[in-house]
Ligand binder design. Structure first.
Ligand code: PSV
Ligand code: MN
Length: 422
């Protein structure tokens, strides 16, 4: 995306934007601070979200999907050029093996991108794989299978290291489908032992992020099923290990903001996989179903990070993890980043002193007023202004559509492309 096209769009819409920005900015006491924080805040894009997702019933390609790692990087480069808020990409191995790490790294750098956490994959069998993960990987009863999965994770660290990543993100599908199939303690102990071996292979400045999920693809138990189990593993492993929260990996009604608050307090919150859901791990666009919950999570994050003087932008990992069936993946990611930044901006507007006072007085009514005052502020012009100041588009999706980016991608890449990993 040439910068002049973005500038042209911005120029045409500047006057209307300015009016909206001044209106909302007039009510923001700490405007300079909010604008600076919004500009600094970046959200990583997962390589697997750049193609259309599917379900076990089917997959409907949208066309023009990236066919290689290079094309995935191009797509993230485009997203970042438009929103100036997505300056990194998270790779999944073996879907995204970089054949020439130096070349891939410098290509990414040309788009202003670097590499976020690398993800291992022991939830699928690869064609050339010796032993199957049908009954799990790091928790497997057979030591040879565990060893194969450990070796894979260590290989993923190696790829990530070559690209400048600093974290290994582990999500296991290990679990069981029927009562009695698995000894829970045994499965946990074997997982811990396997993770220890991976932990010991981490470079000094690396972290390991342990994701949890209550069900799917296993439907009776998951060996790392909730934040308690992940936290227990992370605590036993040591300070390089922490818990990764994927918003879709909770049962309905779970108070995610409370989980986040306590993990932060313990210094064990690795970061986020953002998405939204109505029923389970739906992988819908973050903010599309429950934006108030997203705001409440950010409210805890801002309060908790400020409490320990943690830099919001760099203190933990911020990443999207979504992939559904119907929308254009690039538009979906632009919407996701926008929803995250809106929730973050609203959380920055909460009158914290007044909230502390209300809490001391047990004034639930006032506490609600204070939170909802911030939540009901239309901060879109603040987020757009931050983007504008960073060189992005006032309205990224409008530019994407006006420039016919998707149909150009279909022309150059083809209608029936399938991004690796999907
Ligand atoms: C599966 O639920 C999942 O969405 C996990 O959240 C991982 O982070 C992601 O896939 C990629 O492996
Ligand atoms: Mn995830």
């Amino acid at each position: 995306m040439e910068q002049h096209k973005i500038d042209e769009y911005n120029h045409q819409h500047q006057a209307k934007h300015q009016h909206k920005f001044e209106f909302v900015a007039a009510g923001v006491a700490n405007l300079g601070d909010v604008m600076q924080k919004l500009q600094a805040f970046q959200i990583a894009i997962p390589s697997w979200a750049l193609g259309t997702g599917g379900t076990r019933f089917g997959r409907f390609s949208g066309g023009g999907e990236p066919r290689s790692l290079e094309e995935k990087i191009e797509d993230v480069g485009l997203i970042h050029a438009l929103n100036r808020s997505s300056n990194s990409i998270s790779l999944h191995i073996p879907w995204d093996i970089p054949e020439n790490a130096t070349a891939i790294k410098s290509m990414a750098a040309q788009f202003g991108l670097h590499f976020d956490a690398v993800n291992s994959n022991t939830f699928q069998d690869q064609p050339d794989q010796k032993l199957s993960y049908k009954y799990g990987s790091l928790h497997h009863v057979d030591q040879a299978v565990r060893q194969q999965a450990i070796a894979h994770n260590i290989e993923v660290i190696k790829y990530g290291d070559e690209l400048g990543s600093k974290a290994l993100s582990v999500w296991l599908s290990d679990g069981s489908n029927f009562p009695g199939e698995l000894n829970f303690r045994g499965a946990f102990q074997r997982t811990l032992d396997s993770l220890r071996q991976i932990y010991d292979a981490l470079p000094n400045d690396w972290k390991i992020w342990i994701e949890y999920k209550p069900f799917e693809p296993n439907f009776y138990s998951t060996t790392i099923g909730d934040w308690g189990q992940s936290y227990l593993l992370a605590s036993k492993l040591g300070e390089k290990a922490s818990t990764l929260v994927d918003l879709g990996h909770h049962l309905q009604g779970t108070n995610i903001e409370q989980i986040v608050s306590l993990l932060l307090m313990e210094g064990k919150l690795a970061g986020f996989h953002f998405n939204d859901s109505k029923y389970g791990d739906d992988d819908l666009t973050v903010g599309s179903i429950n934006p108030y919950q997203l705001f409440l999570i950010f409210n805890e994050l801002v309060e908790g990070m400020d409490n320990v003087k943690m830099d919001h932008a760099t203190g933990i990992g911020w990443m999207i993890d979504a992939s559904h069936n119907v929308k254009d993946p690039i538009e979906d990611l632009l919407q996701s980043v926008e929803a995250i930044k809106i929730a973050y901006a609203q959380a920055l507007l909460v009158d914290k002193e007044a909230l502390v006072h209300a809490q001391q007085q047990n004034d639930a009514g006032l506490a609600q007023e204070l939170l909802q005052n911030a939540y009901r502020t239309d901060v879109r012009a603040l987020v757009a202004e931050a983007r504008l100041r960073a060189g992005g588009a006032l309205n990224p999706i409008a530019v994407f559509r006006e420039q016919h980016v998707r149909s150009n991608l279909v022309k150059s890449r083809g209608q029936k492309t399938i991004a690796t990993g999907l």
